[in-house]
Design a protein around this ligand. Sequence first.
Ligand SMILES: [Zn+2]
Length: 165
Amino acid sequence: MLKTITDLEGLEHKYNDCMSCEILNGNLNCFGGILHQTENFYVCQDFEIPINGFIIISSKKHYSTINQFSNEEKIEFIMLVDKVLKKLKKIGVAEEFILVQGERSDIHFHTSLFPRKDWMKEKFGRVIANLKQIQEYAKNNMRTAENLKQIKQTCENLKKELNKN
Ligand SMILES: [Zn+2]
């Protein structure tokens, strides 16, 4: 089934079936590109929401739940989450993150690393209770050249950090 998604810059893309598979296959280009890959997972900026440092970790296999992971994948995954969080903090994106990971049989496994930023607290109060509204706000108000430039810079910084030995 052909689906449509709007990227960070407001451009529409058509894709087949599964967004995470399409990104991995190179048929959909996420902003900043794929930032890092391990044997079974990859890291990129969220495709739709222009929030600096809003990072997604996806499995390469089309899983829908962590219950499908092998034991090696479970270890690889949590080591990668830990690494990405540390690097995001090191490059100054945010001091704290909210991890979101919903299970759905029709959605490719991914975990969202959502930065807690001061502007979110000031505008919306509790960040975790207002994730949806914050994302909608960002889509409607934050596709600015300045913000996209910062996101691009964060992608470059994070990519460099994650690919260090
Ligand atoms: Zn998939």
